[in-house]
Design a protein around this ligand. Sequence first.
Ligand code: HEC
Ligand code: HEC
Length: 334
Amino acid sequence: MMKPQSKPVALLILALSGWTLDARALDALPDRPPVPKDNKMTPAKIELGKQLFFEKRLSHTSEVSCNSCHDVTGSGTDNQPFSTGIKGQKGGRNSPTVWNAAFMGVQFWDGRAASLEEQAKGPMINPLEMGMPSHDEVVKRLSDIPEYRKRFTQVFGKNSLNIDNVARALAAYERTLITPNSPYDQFLKGNFKAMSPNALSGLKLVQTVGCTACHFGATFNGPQRSGTGFYQKFPLIPGSEYEKKYKLTEDAGRFNATKNELDRGMWRVPTWRNVALTAPYFHNGSVPTLDEAVRVMAKTQLGKGLTEEQVRDIVAFLKSLTGERPKQTVPAPL
Ligand code: HEC
Ligand code: HEC
């Protein structure tokens, strides 16, 4: 077991070695995500949510489940630039990981959903994703399966099979998808051998180069208060060679959700947790590797070019943020 006072010890050692610390960037991942009062987590609810997460009948053609685009036996994404929904259709955004989504103040690249519960209702009726004609149709389909009727009654009470409870169960399951104990977390808790010298150099670099102006906090995406997003412009510094190459300005970002001119090109700052697993990168999945994503960020957000050694060390640091993923087994269909 880790001693609770060990984080200050880690900080002290870093301070003694001559660092100017940005303490905001040095928080271990909390053991538990925030849970809304009206959606307490219970084992039966989590189990039902997991069943629904893998349920292909939530899609019109029974081809895709949530897991098709967010593979929780792996990275929590599909590792494709754009996801494939029913009838082979491609959407226009990269699938973010569901691992640790429970810590995000808002959901989606543009933050347009305020909670996991709200988010979960979207894909089922998105024509390019699961393509159901309506939430009523989703409920009707599940109600035709006796085992689901029984499970909803057990978890939520009589006549409780409705879309809000479908979303609640999915969200309760997603709140179990957290990845503690990355090498970085172990380091903060006092295991100083958990991070390699390159990774430690990378930790220092993300602070000195300026990445942690935006990527700070336990999940490295700024303050995360439930329902409140932390957005930044991307690309912040226009005109780099990457803008055209990776089509970085074609999608107007948060403007699409709010129609507010000030939101054009604004994006939620994404987490660095497990980012080494979730290639390709950015909202349009246009950048295939993590080292290239780091170069793009340094140039577009900070106007800086990095040496190859710096890129290597920052990537080593980002890799130290890969946590332990509780093993997920695919449930048998009901
Ligand atoms: C066809 C692929 C596809 C399916 C099916 C799908 N998703 Fe997604 N999911 C995406 C994409 C793409 C995004 C990002 C969209 C955006 O930001 O505009 C996303 C975003 C999310 C997010 C937000 C994560 C974050 O960090 O912002 C969560 C959570 C999520 N999906 C959960 C689910 C659940 C639960 C289901 C099943 C009900 C589901 N998804 C079905 C592709 C899919
Ligand atoms: C001014 C704010 C800002 C700064 C500074 C910044 N970033 Fe980002 N970062 C963002 C935003 C916003 C995005 C999301 C871009 C998008 O929508 O595709 C992002 C995305 C990323 C991604 C891709 C994540 C994913 O899941 O695809 C990585 C990796 C990343 N940043 C690393 C860095 C590194 C390393 C630095 C320093 C060299 C840095 N960032 C500096 C705001 C910033």
